[in-house]
Ligand binder design. Sequence first.
Ligand code: ADP
Ligand code: MG
Length: 491
Amino acid sequence: MSESTSDLIKGKTGDWEIVIGLEVHAQAISESKLFSGAATAFGAEPNTQVSLVDAAMPGMLPVLNAHSVAQAVKTGLALNAEINLTSVFERKNYFYPDLPQGYQISQYLQPIVGAGTIVLDLPDGGTKEVGIERLHMEQDAGKSLHDQHPNMTYIDLNRSGVTLMEIVSEPDMRSAEEAAAYIAKLRSILRYLGTCDGNMEEGSLRCDVNVSVRRPGEPLGTRTETKNVNSIRFVKQAIEYEARRQVKVLEDGGEIAQETLLFDSDKGVTRSMRSKEEAHDYRYFPDPDLLPLVLDPDWVEEIRRTLPELPDVKKKRFVADFGLSPYDAGILVDERETADFYERVITGDSGGRDPKLAANWVTGAYFAALNRSDVALAEAPVDADKLGGLLDLIAAETISGRIAKEVFEAMWASGKPAAEIVADKGLEQISDQGAIEAIVARVIADNPKQVEKFKSGNEKLIGWFVGQVMKASQGKANPGLVNRILKQKLS
Ligand code: ADP
Ligand code: MG
C-alpha cells in the first residue's frame, strides 16, 4: 500500500494538511419504500408514488421493508464491516416543509452496520485503506420544487420514505483526489452488489463533505460540512475551495466556525447555510412504532453467500492470471459489465486469446469508440465476440495492428464482423516473401541518395525505409518481414 497522496497546502506561514471525512447517502435499490409499499421509480409525475405512511397521515404505522434491510446488510458485508444483529430505529426530529412527519426515521446509537474498510485505487496506481465508521438506514425526505411557480414552493413527496443507506467514513482522506477515489470505489462496489445504482445526477448517491485543515502531525482541526454535493467533480472543487478558505482564515488569526455549508457549483465556492447542529438538537429517541431490528445470523450468512466477486478481488485475479498491470486491471474492473465484457473477449467460445492484447484494445480503441459515440456497452455495435474475432485476425497475422485499427472503425460503423470487412476490402496482410521483396527493390531503386546515406553509417534511416515500404503496400505488408528483408537488401 502506498503512502497517501497528501496534498499539502502551502500557506504564508507554512504547510497545512487537508483532512476529509465523507458521509454518503445512497438510495437502496428496492421496488418499494423503507416503511411503505409505495413505488420508488425515478422520474414519475410528482406525488404519484406516495402512500398514506409517506404523507404522514395520522394513525399510519410504518412496516419495515425486509428487502431494504437485506440491501443494507449486503452492502455492509461488502465493506468488510461488522453486521450488528440488533439495531434500533430512532426519530430524528426537525422541521422542514418536505418532511411531513416532522421527523426522519433513522438509526443513531445502534446502526445496522458498524466499522468496516474500503480500499482506494489512487491515480498513481497505489492503494490506500480508508475506515468506514458505520452504515445506518434511514428514510429520504421529499423534495421542495422552487422552480415551478414565481413565488411559491411546491412539494413532491415521491422521494419521501425511500430507503437511504448513510455510509460514514473515518476522517482518513488527505486530498481531493483521495475523496474522489473513495466515492468512485464506493459507487463501484454498490453497483457490483446491485444495492444502489450510484447515479449522482439523479440524486441516488449524494455526498456530505467534511473538511478541516491542520499542521501536519497536529490534532484534528474544526471541520465544516458541505451538504449534498452531487458529482465527484464538485466534491473535489468543494474540498479545494474549502481547504484554502480555512487556511486563509487561520493564517489571518481567525477561527473556523463549525458550520453547515452549501456548494455553489456555478461559482465554485462554498456558502454558509446554517451553524452546525449538534445531535442533541434533534432530540433522538427510539421510534415507539418500531421494534428493535433483530437479525438471524443464518440469514446474514445466506446474504454473504450471494456476494459477487468484488472489484478488489477481481483486480488481483486479473493481475495474477492475465499478467495485467494494476492500473489496467483497475480500469477493467471498475464496472462489473466492463470486466465481464473483457473476460468474454479473452475467453470467447474457445478461450485462449492474448489477455494483454485484449486489455489494450478494450481500454484503448474500444473505450474511445464508446465515449465518442456515447453509447453504453450493451448497445455498442461491436460486441465482445466481434472484438475477439478482430484479435484472432491480428494473432493469425492476417492483418497488421495498424490495419486492425482501420478494420475496427469499419466494424464500429457497420456492425459487420472483422473477417468480412477484411475480405471485402482486401486488407489481408502481405506476408508473401516475393511480393515484399518486389516492393523493397522498388523503394531501394527509387531512393539512391537515402541508400547511400544508410550505407555510410546512418542506420536510423531503416525506419524511414520501413515507412516507405509500408506506404507502398498501403499498410498491408507484414512489418516484421519488411524489416528483415530491408536489412538484408541494404547491407
Ligand atoms: P454529523 O452527523 O454531525 O455530521 P458524524 O460523526 O456522523 O457527524 O459524521 C462526521 C463526519 O465528519 C465523518 O465522516 C467524519 O469522518 C468526519 N469528520 C469528523 N471530524 C472531522 C475533522 N476534524 N475533519 C474532517 N472530517 C471530520
Ligand atoms: Mg452529517
